[in-house]
Every structure is written in structure tokens, then in C-alpha cells.
Write a new protein. Sequence first.
Length: 289
Amino acid sequence: MTAPFVRCALIAAACAAAASAAPAAAPWDDDLPWPFLDDGRALRVAASRYDDSASGWQLGVLELAAVLRRDVDGVAYLRWPHLDFASGGRTVLERWPDAAGEGATAGWPGERQVAGWGRPAVGYLGRTRVPGLGPLRCGAELALPFAANALYPFAARSLALRVQASRAWRLDGGFTLEAGGGRTLNLGAAGDVLAPAAFPGRGELSAGLAWRPAPATALALAAVRGGGGRDSRRLRLSLEMPLSDEIRLQAGWTREFADAADRLFRDGLFLGLALPGLDAPEGNVDAAP
């Protein structure tokens, strides 16, 4: 049994163990940094903006992500976002009272705008082949509990394990069809301000179509359906193109179609630069997959 197959088996076991909790809010999650696996870049700096006119919520994200190790099977990485969350005067506990713990107070957290570092996350992205499914792209990420609870639902002093897998089919004309799914297991935050119901498990299914007219250029459209805690129905358009031989521009737009009572944002914009960075340590680069 090859090492990649063992990794996917562990991912599947983690997916089966992550059961959904009672309906409530659910922490925010974004895409795993799949370009690290696909384009060979070692460093990414990205800025994102999310807005929702119904709730008045606004979120700004500045994230730094870097490859820690690259080998023939995949890449290990670290990423850490800085968040700027403006609630528009409508707090999370007003929107979702079930998320309040025993230590919650009226108006918590009290500030209309909260800024700070979100949870740092370590992860692994790789490829393997599973009998009956064919070649898969797999990822697992662990978010660490080093963030303020006041940033909830975009961060909290809690652990989260996220796993994803997808299968791609190459079509004529540079097109690729992809389908996949994933699961997130959220553990309750330290402290008693937030209830266990504020951290339900979540599942998601996705399907997309990508067009790659050149090796360094891609245009993709994807639909993502998530459930568990809050409903999510997203449509995402993304673009990647070279700015030079070593730097790539990554941009995207996301529209959330879930009801106003569930969604964290209505529209999201993303802009990032993928850079070579420092050479990441390599291991087993000459080994067979």
C-alpha cells in the first residue's frame, strides 16, 4: 500500500468521524490553497473582501501562506490570516442566539469592529489513486486555537479539522471537469462565551469546470453546496494568469445564494500573488509515487 493511499484512507476515516451537530451558526471556512499543489509556487500573499448588505457585516482578510515541504507526493504548508470584521452593530449572538454560551452577555463582544489574527493552519495537499475512484486530489488542514473568540464566526480559540478530496476529468479543448466533497470537524472554543452548538460539523459537495488555454493560465467556474449549522450555496469564478516568469496573479469572485439568515457574506472578492519564495525543503523527490 503506497503512502498516498494511506493518506487518503486517513482522510476518509476523518470524514466519517465528523458528524453534524445541532443547527446554529458555523465558523467561516475558505478554500484550501490548491494552487500550491498545481503550480509549484512556494509563497502566496492574498487579500479578500466579503460583504453582506442584509446583515451589514463586512470582512477583510490579508493572508500569508507558505510551503513548508514539497515532495513527490504533495506539499505541506502553513497559512495565517489577519482579519478585520465589522458587524454593523448587529452582533453574532443577535443573529444566532443558539451560539451563546453560559458566559455570554448582552451585546457581546461589544465592539462594532474587531481586528486580529485568525487561526493559523497547517495542512497537506497531495495526489493519489484509489481503486474504483481513480486519481484523486486530497487535502487535510488543521486550524489551531490561537485566535480571539470575539472574531467568531470568522475565527475563534478553537480547533478545526478540514478534509477534502476531488476527481478531475480532462476534456477536449483544454477543459477540465471536476467534482469533489469534504468535511469539517469543529471543536468547541475555550471559554464559556460560545456554546458547543456554535461549532457544528459541516459537509460540502462541489462541481466545476476549468479552462486552461496555457500552462500558467486558467479560468474556472465552480459551484459549492455546504450544509451543517448553516446552509451555503456558492458560485465561484476564478482566474490565474502570469505577470512574469515567476509571479502569477490569482483573482476570484464568489456569490453566496443562501438565505440572509444563514449566510456570512453575499459577495466576496479575492486578489493574490503566487511567488516562488524561498526553496522549500524537499524529501523523497526521487521516490516513486
